[in-house]
Design a protein around this ligand. Structure first.
Ligand code: NAG
Ligand code: NAG
Ligand code: NAG
Ligand code: NAG
Ligand code: NAG
Ligand code: NAG
Ligand code: NAG
Ligand code: NAG
Ligand code: NAG
Length: 892
């Protein structure tokens, strides 16, 4: 009795199962419906830049039951039960708050990525209702307010990234409850207070990023566990001791705590922390004996200990770190000598020991460091002769030996360092003449030889250093006259020759004209046209160095003869000058050939016509509105680019031919690595053309319009192109006299060489066009790059170039003209209107984080250039400096 028969059991069991299945289905679909509603409600609260982005997020009205599942929606994925587990919408330009996001509707959510959008407002405490969340990515948004302590309730969290927002307040101690936490990233916010001791309970933590906040006080002393691999606490205000267990597990690779006020010694656990890869302790108040505190690290590539109070000697152990690339111990209290073993660090490329108390001579073994690009020994007490072996460091770009006690002569072998940009030998005891081999340093932009005992005369070879921008020769014993060739050094902007024995005329170049009186004083008898100088007398204007000496000796005998020879010479010179003046004035007649070339004009004209088969289309490499460009190989083997004007004679459009010819001549004298060399202008009844340096890869516009070529032009090359253009424009605007406004910066006028180095072409010509000539607008700029003010004024200033530069930068990064973007926004800024990925050339791989950081800072500069108001745009000098700073900041 009581027990039911099989007959009755089976149907009821089926019913029961059916009931459960049905009710499960109903729960699931109503749950997923709740998720869909929650997402739609949030969507409605957002401003979405890209209209099509969330077009799949809609209520399904075709279904009779009107149940909507969000599982197929863009950015959403579900588990097998149809519950949302993954919301992935990084860098989609979403703008809005989280207050309309119903967190409690997503109990199964494991992965939430809303990073690099424009979400703002506070992070609601209800976020803790995402009880199963493992990954939370909110980096690069605009959240403000505190980190809600309720985050500590999300016990499954392993990856918490809320970096790069505007969060303030302190780090909630509740985060210490997140025992599964693997990566905690709170960098680049405004967090203050100290790091809660509870964080040392995060026993699974591998990566901790707190840099770039206002954190202070102490670090939990026992922070660090067997897992920790990366710790970055840079740029805060910590005053405590470093955590002593930080390498307890022996896994620590990155340990960077720079720019704080950490005190005490380096934790003992770092001494045998052989896993270390990158260490930055610079800019703190650390002390201790540096040779005892650190060990031998097989994988270490970078260590910066500069600006602390470390003492002791440089350990020979550094030579046993086979991967070490950068060693910086500058500005400490280091004593002793430079160990010869350091020559074994074959990978070392930057060595900075400056501003310590290092003594002795430079060991010749230093010459084995043939990867060195930067060697800075400034401000020590090093003595003796510079070893010749320094000349084998052929990769060196930056060499600073200044403020030591080096003596003897400057070794000739320094002339082998062809890549040098900076050479500082000032404040030593160098004697004798400067070796003429230094003329080979054609990349050198700054040379400081001041405060030594260098003697002899200044040889004209010095002018072969054609990149030189700053030259300091002051406080030496140089005699004789200043070679006239300085007048051709157009890049040189700063010179100091004070306190020597120099005499004779001061060359009439920008650097000398702009030099303050103090930079010329303390010499024997300088004269010449530059301000504050006596005019030169006839004889002292004789500028042959060795001749002057010889003259002094033999004058009593040959004096009279010499004087008459000099008079003849002057006559010949005058005659030549007036001849060339004639030639120039004959150019007033547009029928005549007129040329401003460094070579014989007529000859070159014929050669070019022949080399291009009378401008046959076969040799044409580009067409523009006002001319076509041809490649011409001259009989000498030299390849030049020839730009032929469409109208046979722009001469009649040139407002003032005389001014034009002087100016073109000046332009042919400009030398800058990022400016296409203009050889000259040729005008003839049949053809008029400009002759330029030929650049192998052609224009940036052509490269960007070709997918294969554009892919070859990677991120680092593109950043270099931008930097090159900025340098060139800064040079044209600020270092040329008179300043040159380009007026037509565009991707068509930017040429690349084999190394992808950018060269600005077609500069300085435009302004000689008569405003009423037919192609005036063409010359005054290219549509799409023209500054807005030119719509209502014809006043062209250098700020027009700045605007065009801004457009060009976005074009280089985006891979195409940013036309749509510029038309959609009036004054763009990274924060308000766009997401990074919308600005990147989709043909290139997604850039790494550090490259992204650089690109963002470059774009910020570009946006400032695009300011509507010319006054608010930065100058190119500032732009060029900002680009340098942003490149350097993220470098290390
Ligand atoms: C807009 O979003 C869609 C995805 O829904 C994407 O394919 C498209 O490229 C985006 N448009 C822009 C301009 O980013
Ligand atoms: C979530 O989706 C993103 C993008 O599809 C994917 O990379 C990620 O691995 C997913 N996460 C999980 C936990 O499924
Ligand atoms: C670490 O966790 C343990 C156990 O939950 C707790 O007793 C202790 O107070 C925590 N330590 C800190 C510093 O919060
Ligand atoms: C460092 O050396 C100490 C003893 O000298 C040892 O206890 C510790 O385990 C070592 N740590 C590592 C990471 O090797
Ligand atoms: C050094 O790096 C290599 C390659 O990443 C790794 O296999 C090795 O374990 C590291 N050595 C130490 C001591 O951590
Ligand atoms: C550095 O530490 C010393 C004590 O070790 C202290 O007297 C000094 O004020 C500290 N300097 C800075 C800048 O924090
Ligand atoms: C530098 O170190 C020496 C000991 O080597 C010490 O006597 C001196 O006080 C230190 N100087 C500074 C500024 O810390
Ligand atoms: C120096 O050069 C400038 C610009 O080329 C010129 O204006 C000036 O007359 C020259 N001065 C002398 C004294 O030659
Ligand atoms: C439904 C639910 O779990 N709501 C919780 C969401 O989070 C807040 C703040 O943590 C709690 O107070 C609610 O109970």
């Amino acid at each position: 009795m009581g027990s039911p028969t099989l007959n009755t059991v089976v149907p009821s069991l089926v019913l029961l199962i059916l009931f459960f299945v049905l009710s499960f289905l109903i729960t699931v679909s109503s749950a997923s419906n709740e998720e869909a509603d929650a997402l739609l409600k949030w969507k409605a609260s957002l401003q979405i830049h890209n209209r099509s982005l969330l077009s799949s997020w809609i209520k399904d009205t075709t279904n009779v039951s009107s149940k909507t599942s969000p599982c197929a929606w863009y950015g959403i994925s579900c588990n097998d039960a149809g519950r949302v587990v993954n919301i992935t919408l990084p860098a989609k330009g979403l703008k809005g708050r989280l207050h309309d996001f119903s967190f409690s509707s997503f109990p199964h959510l494991a992965y939430l990525d809303l990073s690099y959008n424009k979400l703002f407002g506070t992070i609601p405490p209800q976020i803790s209702n995402l009880t199963n969340l493992i990954y939370l990515y909110f980096g690069g948004d605009q959240f403000s307010g505190n980190i809600p302590p309720e985050v500590g309730l999300m016990s499954h969290l392993k990856f918490l990234y809320i970096d790069t927002n505007q969060l303030d307040g302190s780090i909630p101690p509740e985060l210490g409850q997140l025992s599964s936490m693997v990566e905690l990233s709170l960098f680049s916010n405004h967090l203050n207070g100290s790091v809660p001791p509870s964080l040392s309970n995060l026993t699974n933590l591998q990566q901790l990023y707190l840099f770039n906040n206002s954190l202070s006080g102490s670090i939990p002393p026992s922070l660090g566990n067997s897992m920790l691999t990366m710790v970055n606490l840079d740029f805060n205000h910590f005053t405590s001791y470093l955590p002593h267990n930080v390498c307890r597990g022996g896994a620590l690779q990155y340990f960077t705590v720079s720019e704080n006020h950490f005190q005490g010694t380096i934790p003992k656990s770092l001494r045998n922390c052989t896993s270390l890869f990158r260490v930055r302790l610079n800019g703190n108040n650390l002390t201790g004996n540096i040779s005892e505190a650190l060990g031998i690290y097989p994988n270490l590539t970078f260590i910066d200990l500069s600006r602390n109070n470390f003492y002791g000697e440089i350990s020979s152990n550094w030579g046993k770190c086979p991967k070490l690339g950068t060693l910086n111990v500058s500005m400490n209290n280091i004593t002793g000598g430079i160990p010869r073993e350091i020559g074994n660090s074959s990978q070392l490329h930057a060595l900075d020991l400056s501003l310590n108390h290092i003594v002795g001579e430079i060991p010749k073994e230093l010459g084995k460091l043939n990867s060195l690009t930067k060697l800075i020994l400034r401000g020590n007490q090093l003595t003796g002769r510079l070893p010749t072996e320094i000349g084998s460091l052929i990769e060196l770009e930056y060499l600073d030996f200044s403020a030591n006690r080096f003596n003897n002569s400057v070794p000739k072998s320094l002339g082998n360092l062809l890549k040098l940009h900076y050479l500082g030998l000032s404040n030593n005891q160098f004697v004798q003449e400067l070796p003429k081999e230094l003329e080979k340093l054609v990349q050198l932009s700054e040379l400081d030889l001041s405060h030594n005992f260098l003697g002899g005369e200044l040889l004209s070879q010095i002018c072969n250093m054609e990149s030189l921008e700053k030259l300091n020769l002051s406080h030496n014993n140089l005699s004789g006259s200043i070679p006239n060739c300085f007048e051709g050094m157009h890049g040189l902007s700063v010179i100091d020759i004070s306190d020597n024995q120099l005499q004779g005329p001061v060359p009439n170049s920008t650097a000398f004209r702009n030099a303050p009186v103090e930079a010329l004083e303390g010499n024997k008898e300088l004269c010449g046209g530059v301000k504050g100088m006596q005019p030169c007398k006839v004889f002292s204007s004789h500028k042959q160095n060795s001749g002057a000496k010889w003259f002094a000796i033999v004058f009593p005998v040959l004096g009279a003869l010499f004087v008459s020879m000099a008079l003849i010479a002057i006559f010949i010179l005058r005659k030549r000058k007036s001849d060339s003046g004639d030639r120039q004035s004959s150019s007033q007649n547009p029928q005549e050939l007129f040329s401003i070339l460094n070579f014989d004009g007529k000859l070159v004209y014929d050669e070019i016509v022949r080399a291009t088969n009378d401008f046959d289309a076969e040799y044409c490499i580009g067409n523009g509105g006002h001319g076509s460009v041809y490649r011409a190989e001259l009989p000498s083997g030299e390849v030049v680019a020839v730009k032929k004007f469409h109208s046979s004679l722009p001469c009649d459009q040139i407002a003032d031919q005389k001014e034009f010819s002087t100016e073109v001549k000046a332009l042919t004298e400009i030398r800058h690595r990022n400016i296409v060399k203009l050889y000259g202008f040729c005008s003839h009844a049949r053809h008029s053309f400009l002759v330029y340096e030929f650049l192998e890869r052609g224009s940036l516009a052509a490269i960007l319009s070709n997918d294969a070529a554009a892919q070859e032009l990677g991120w680092s090359q593109r950043m270099n192109v931008i930097k090159g253009v900025a340098d060139a424009l800064s040079y044209l605007h600020h270092d040329c006299f008179p300043p040159i406004v380009h007026r037509d910066i565009s991707s068509k006028n930017l040429l690349l060489d084999l190394e992808y180095e950018a060269h600005v072409a077609d500069f300085g010509i435009a302004k000689f066009q008569k405003p009423d000539s037919s192609n005036w607008t063409e010359f005054a700029g290219t549509y799409g790059y023209i500054a807005p003010e030119l719509a209502y004024t014809m006043k062209i200033t250098e700020k027009c170039d700045v605007y065009s530069f801004g457009v060009l930068v976005l074009e280089v990064i985006k891979g195409k003209h940013p036309r749509d973007f510029l038309s959609s926004t009036s004054s763009p800024s990274l924060n308000t209107d766009i997401a990074l990925n919308e600005m990147l050339d989709p043909r290139l791989p997604v850039p790494s984080c550090s490259v992204q950081e650089k690109l963002i800072s470059i774009m910020e500069v570009a946006f400032s250039c695009l300011n509507e108001s010319p006054k608010s745009r930065p100058t190119m000098k500032i732009v060029s400096r900002q680009l340098q700073i942003s490149a350097a900041l993220t470098e290390s």
